[in-house]
Design a protein around this ligand. Structure first.
Ligand code: PAF
Length: 282
């Protein structure tokens, strides 16, 4: 695996690879890699000739008072993990290389997608995500992009701007990888104490129960199911930011059941903010 820090150098290398007829699979990450990330790298490796992973803790997607400074940075551990899944290139740019002095350009996604759900509580977050991913896609060039469904809103925002801006990228959203008890894998799970980790399991349990009850029931309105889910969540987590049923693609809030739905939640367990979702097709 070749470690590259310079954006121009990676861009040139990948241009050469594509000129030789090779396809490129790209997995953007902020490091502190877990099985969820590795499953994306494996998929990229299966479906492409060349696999590129980036590790960049992107300052523009963190809101004031969030965990940017303390976000886990464990590059040597990450390198060991990436070697086991056969990544070809690891791109680790510095903040100065990505946002040099005078940097002035951002990708602004419609508030309908970027200011709802997580965006309501993390103003500017998706502008930062869209900007850095657009930059990374321009550096990697034409490719397949691998994202985890755990970050459902992020995947929706990215799929939208890739389409809207005619980027030569094919977005692949892969299933959430879960720990044994159901907790969705996340780099932030390492902040949880053993007790908090046990309570956090309720998040996926409540989401899957919601899905089961919804598929079993016939009633159109979702309010009753939602109230029951919130009661159960409240017993286990310390704060619920939102628990919503939306239309996938537009993220419009739903009050009544329809064919395709995604149920998303963001909760605090202790000081750790966790997100999860389930996708429902009836
Ligand atoms: O999901 C993440 O880790 C980040 O939001 C991403 C997509 C790497 C952009 O910084």
């Amino acid at each position: 695996m070749k470690l590259i820090r310079n954006p121009w150098k990676l861009q040139q290398r990948l241009e050469k690879e594509r000129a030789r007829g090779k396809t490129v699979g790209f997995v953007p990450t902020m490091g502190a890699l877990h099985e969820g990330h590795l499953s994306l790298v494996r998929a990229a490796h299966r479906e492409n000739d060349i696999t590129v992973v980036s590790i960049f803790v992107n300052p523009t997607q963190f809101v004031v008072n969030e965990d940017y400074a303390k976000y886990p940075r464990v590059l040597s551990d990450d390198i060991k993990k990436l070697r086991t899944v056969k990544a070809d290139y690891l791109f680790c740019p510095s903040v100065a290389a990505m946002y040099p002095e005078g940097y002035a350009t951002f990708v602004d996604v419609s508030p309908r997608l970027a200011n709802v759900l997580c965006g309501k509580f993390r103003p500017g977050h998706f502008r930062g995500v869209a900007t850095v991913v657009a930059k990374l896609l321009n550096i990697t060039g034409s490719c397949r992009l691998y994202l985890g469904a755990k970050d459902f809103q992020q995947a929706t925002v990215i799929s939208r701007f890739v389409h809207d801006l005619n980027l030569p990228t094919h977005v692949r959203v892969m299933p959430t990888v879960r720990e044994k008890g159901g907790l969705a894998m996340s780099s932030r799970n390492r902040y949880l104490s053993p007790g908090e980790r046990q309570r956090a399991v309720a998040i996926s349990r409540v989401l899957f129960k919601f899905k089961k009850d919804l598929l079993r029931g016939k009633r159109g309105r979702l309010a009753g199911l939602k109230a029951r889910a919130l009661r159960e969540l409240k017993k286990n987590v310390d704060r619920i930011q939102y628990f919503e049923v939306v239309e996938p693609g537009t993220l419009a809030l739903l009050k009544k059941r329809q064919k395709n739905m995604t149920v998303l939640t963001a909760c605090f367990v202790g000081k750790t903010r966790l997100i999860d979702n389930v996708i429902i097709r009836t």
